[in-house]
Design a protein. Sequence first.
Length: 263
Amino acid sequence: MIKALFTSATGMTAQTTSIDNTANNIANVNTNGFKRGQVDFQDLIYVDLRPAGSTAAQGLTVPTGLQLGSGVRVADVTKIFTEGTLVNTQNPLDVAVEGDGFFQVTLPSGELRYTRDGGLKLNAQGNLVTSDGFLITPQISIPTSAVSIGIGSDGTVSVQNAGALNATTTLGQLTLARFQNPAGLSAQGRNLFAETASSGAPLLATPGQNGIGLTRQGFQERSNVDVVAELINLILAQRAYEFNTRAVRTADNMLASTTDLVR
């Protein structure tokens, strides 16, 4: 059997994964805080038909070897954590992270998750929560008497209360987390990431300290997906897939020609 059939099949499988990743990137082009995925490929094992440096004659060695590869596979899909565009929404509960860092989110189970989506909301108790109602950690509650909310670049949350508009009351401070290897985080959906052994433990700090970025009130971070680049990747993956199918057809035609010889 011609090896090209199996080699081309690995290329088709790999390009299918690449297209799936590109489709996910494009689908999330307007998702707040979304980080695009990048597919990395890796060649498969090689068959040594003639090792480099083997003896050709007495005192002579061949300068190059004869190796045939077995194709390609997807090594990983890496999340690229470059900062997305900050858009001014004029919503006092929208908070973007300018620089490195994640908001901490507590699930109903008590587990911690991390997000770049700063589209915060208030629940019935006045607590700052995500769009899914998950509490922001550390927990900050806004009193019902508050008429305006201020969030400083250092994460300080303060309000002005009705009847005391000339006075500002500090309620708490947002704490951000950063990771030694953010690409090692596990994407959980709902704009959330989970800590893994590869990401390392979170390093907590107030915004603006220890490499943590600043918080910007009234801004939202959009996704870092470049639609033009994704469309180019889509075209490249499609063409690569077509070239692999052409290699399959060529190998099939060669087998057909061989079969005709013995008729």
